[in-house]
Design a protein around this ligand. Sequence first.
Ligand SMILES: Cc1cc2nc3c(=O)[nH]c(=O)nc-3n(C[C@H](O)[C@H](O)[C@H](O)COP(=O)(O)OP(=O)(O)OC[C@H]3O[C@@H](n4cnc5c(N)ncnc54)[C@H](O)[C@@H]3O)c2cc1C
Ligand code: FES
Ligand code: FES
Length: 1245
Amino acid sequence: SVGLTGTKYGCGGGGCGACTVMVSRYDPIQETVLHWSVTACLQPICSLHGAAVVTVEGIGSTKTKLHPVQERIAKAHGSQCGFCTPGMVMSMYTLLRNNPQPTTEDIRETLGGNLCRCTGYRPIIDGFKTFCNTLISCQNGDRNGKCCMENSNSHNNESDISGELFSMDNVLPLDPTQDLIFPPELLVSKPCKKAERLCFQGEKVRWISPADLKDLIKLKAEYSNAPLLVGNTTIGPKMNLKGTVHPLVLYGGSIPELRTIKWRNNGVTVGAGCSLSVLKDVLLQGIEELGPEKSRVYQALVQTLQCLASKQIRNMAVSNGAREICLSEEFFTDFGKTALRPDEILLAIDIPHSRPWEFVSAFRQAQRREFSFSIVNSGMRVTFRHDSNVVENLDIFYGGVGPTLVKARHTCKELMGRKWDEKLLVVGTQLLEEEIYVPPTAPGGQEEYRKALVLSFFFKFYMQYLSALKPFKNEVPQANHSFQVVSLPMKLQLVPETQSSNDPVGRPNVHQAALQQATGEAVYYDDIPSVKGELFVSMVTSTRAHAKIISIDASMALAMSGVVTFISAKDVPGQNRRLWFNNPEELFAEEEVICVGQIIGAIVAETREQAKRAAEQVDITYEDIQPVFFTIEEAIEHQSFFDPKRKLERGNLEEGFEKADHILEGELYMGGQEHFYMETQGLIAIPKGEAGELELYVASQHAAYTQEVVGITLGIDSNKITCHVKRLGGGFGGKVMKIASLSAIAATAAYKTGRAVRCVLEREDDMLITSGRSPFLGKYKVGYLNDGTILAADITYYSNGGCTLDESSFIMEKALLHMDNGYKIPNLRGHGLVCKTYLPSYTAFRGFGGPQGLTIIESVLHEVAARCGLPAHQVRDINMYKDEKCYTHHKQLFSPHDMVRCWNECLEKSDYTHRCLSIKQFNAHNHWKKRGISIVPLKFGIGFSKGFYNQGAALVNIYKDGSVLISHGGTEMGQGINTKAIQIASRILKVPMSSIHIKETCTGNVPNAAPSAASFGTDAVGMAVKDGCEKLMRRLEPLIKKHPQFTWQQLISLSATGFFMGPHTSVDWEKSDGNAYYYFTFGACCSEVEIDCLTGDHKNIRTDIVMDVGRSINPALDVGQVEGGFVQGIGLYTIEELQFSPEGVLLTRGPSRYKIPALCDIPPQLNVHLLRNADNPHAIYSSKGIGEPPVFFGCTLFFAIKEAIAAARRERGLSESFPFSSPATAEKIRMACEDCFTRMVGEHC
Ligand SMILES: Cc1cc2nc3c(=O)[nH]c(=O)nc-3n(C[C@H](O)[C@H](O)[C@H](O)COP(=O)(O)OP(=O)(O)OC[C@H]3O[C@@H](n4cnc5c(N)ncnc54)[C@H](O)[C@@H]3O)c2cc1C
Ligand code: FES
Ligand code: FES
């Protein structure tokens, strides 16, 4: 209500960090003010009594003065869509308040809980690293820490180029004296002051903050069912997202007795109200003061705490709910339950010092290295008889193998008194295998993997102390969280010397709205203040995958407070369908549902909360229909495919196979991906009350389509519907189609009620309803020669389209059009079939089928190399297009010259040959960890293969004061399309960039625009802006010369539309013939990884990318697209895994179950090079489209992991070819590294 919209809402469950704010309190015990970063979405307002909250608006603004943190993230290009930026800023700001000279490790810890889906994190770190005392140097540097780029003979001579992506010259210095002071009126809780009980009464909840411990005990006795809330990180997500209501809440966070820390002779007692961050600080103090022997318990706990949740959550949460801290199995009785009676309170936890000959270790393996619940975790302790290797005492606990903590009681008992030797290992492993039972029904499944981890952790523990007992080189991987982010100083192509210094084209200008984004001033659709009488709409979705709707009963919901109406198909005044290239999709399911998550109706209520809760009460009865199936394999069985089925072919397959030395058949499955844009989908629909006019403020990548669908739904002409798009908090292809349906539904609600209606999807609903990238299965037959030359390849691509076609046929076409990548396979055939299943409809996602098409052919190359016993890069090289003029398999002429340059430069810059040797040596010396490296080329088609979409339009207005306003048909979603458009206009109009403004995308200004997609935004919009500006200049120049005394507007119209229509692209699918794209963007990428064969954990070590972006219009933005796309690819190929229940319910909803790359996932060394002296006659100022291609580079990690697994298998005498699908999750890596443990588990599971 105070209009502070800078703090963003991305998930509501503490899982994304977008809502980070700083909370400060006076601590009477330490007599100082303490600052904590916390996630606002979980911070109950009543807990803030006596605290000061600082949001992003409080630290600086573009109107007054920026804070250095805001300035540096913006100037370092660390803000693309900007939705994560305020949260990043506040995390960093809090760190600096506590420590003005942080280390990079401090920054890593601080930002580990802030997710960004756009930037790839590197620029954010680069910007914030400037606050560190000393910058770290790159790993190739010399012993003095000097970066290799500073060494005279390192890498190639780049003296002919220079220029940096950003400069920190003239940035504001950090001056802590300028920071906000803690409000003196809050220094009230001095110990002398007697605390009082505080009560707050809300509509549904009563909140009591007891005066002291005595009061708390009394209250707990009286209201034993009331939860005792401290950090709210367990209870909060359930209240926010599941609607759990506790009529009474007792708050334990302000009770001094629960926050005391007492050091004793043999341990420390930490009050149960101390946050995990405080606990960690206490443990670190213990480690420092007690020395290594006495602090072994503390070391193990710190290791666990480092990866547990995020800094913000650790700042809030206490250890009571933390399942990973092993107290005992008697204490933890069930999932989230303890042995405490309801009226009991935990006061403190005693943590003992370690005794001599006592060793303690903690292990955990999670889906993502940090900020992720563990799959299995373990705490183990062994005490040896003094000066011997005889086990005196042993404790082994596991989490994640049952509903609660499990102690391997029998195993421990049996092993006591034995010597710590191989026999103990063998017996112990067998006993554990028998004792620890992981039920097949365990939440999250992964039964075999969990059991393998149980044994692997024990083996690690054994090896760890074998080496502690006697001199022994233990190469078993231990947890390692060291962190460096090093990228070679970015050297950029200089603009020509002849270019005017006023001409911004080719320069790394900062994203036009970066400062507004960093200060929280940037407006997203949900930041728009409520309109008078505004209502909220919440979707009612199907819980069945395939069923007849028997009845819909909304009476309960309608009776709830604040509910205005329920809408369904019957309420649609026009047509209840969204049409896309003649394929209709129902807005509301009418008679039948065809997936879980399909929209059946919607509740319209006065508030969000009321609408959400009422939507849950709509009762729908179904009658299940057969068949129901979800996977590609099942669809093949049922022959369930959408039309059209596509084929592309060149050469003569049969002849190719005949001439081949070998024939290989295989397949690769590639899982889907959730967009996870930080801003969820939504809009505001405002009826204007006159002639049916309707305004929509909508997060759409395709405003014109949204307008069209809304018009058809309401039966109103498009000229009465105006869509406004200011900016998107990320789109990635996910805000083209479904947002049109959501808009039509909100518009129907607005139409029916005559009031403005807001729709904001919760993260979980967004993931359930809107779906993402389609999974693909590629089945191939390939014929090749002994030297790896591929003569023929026949590939059938199957994609899972879900329940409606959406964009899936075009996605399949793109996959087929990319199936040759950079390889001249003379006889090549691809069939493409889109499977119809009963899952939510898959849709466009950055790359649009390209990554899938490319990865499957890369897999073919990889397998052929493995069968030939040749290095994969050699086989890639031998098959590569190399002639000056080449034809793709769809007969499009192109020159692979720049692709080959990228490939060769990437080999050279990554030091590939030398590193292959090092990896070989590393693998020879390490049995349990292995490294792998992979390099791939890329040829990626730019533009829509549906030619008419390759158009752009713009409107350029010049005002009397000389300022310029541009409107164009593209959508700003972080990619910097507005910045590039302004650069182009500035060049032509010869006015500074600061005189040019782009307000929004609006269908009223630029009609019928194409979607911002296919990496074609700047090509189309840039050309249109150029056209508009040139028209104006043509009018202006002669007049200015002739009549210098007049002002412009007296002479001519200072408004011009610009239009661009590119040459026609199309494919004749019958003839396998056509120019599908304008041109190709090329590149090459090399990545190295290390895997832990025992757990399946992997580390991304280094990535080098050489990218051809032609003559970049803005190298900073282009590098941002390369890095951001690549990191999204890391997710696609390694950690992002969609899981469904057997009933077709998406289980991986929200950041707690679905893991996108966090800061810990980026390779410590990430080098991006833009290919120099590259040109492109086909696009504006010789630039190239770059938005989509780099996602594919994530596959280098997948293939490098495969190489590493192959090395492990080779050593174990196992076949080097093994089934392996994408994403390469920890589970798959572990189970592919077969060994005695996996075999033991396999036999018994
Ligand atoms: C985004 C996110 C990520 C997370 N990641 C991890 C992870 O990686 N690993 C992991 O193990 N956990 C993780 N957690 C869970 C987190 O560790 C727990 O939620 C936290 O430890 C609970 O502490 P709290 O103070 O916030 O609990 P609250 O929500 O305040 O309360 C939790 C429960 O404990 C009871 N309680 C609290 N204090 C006392 C007391 N003194 N005596 C008796 N009962 C008490 C309350 O009544 C309540 O039932 C994550 C949570 C979030 C939100
Ligand atoms: S919205 Fe609070 S952490 Fe995501
Ligand atoms: S800039 Fe970080 S999510 Fe978009």
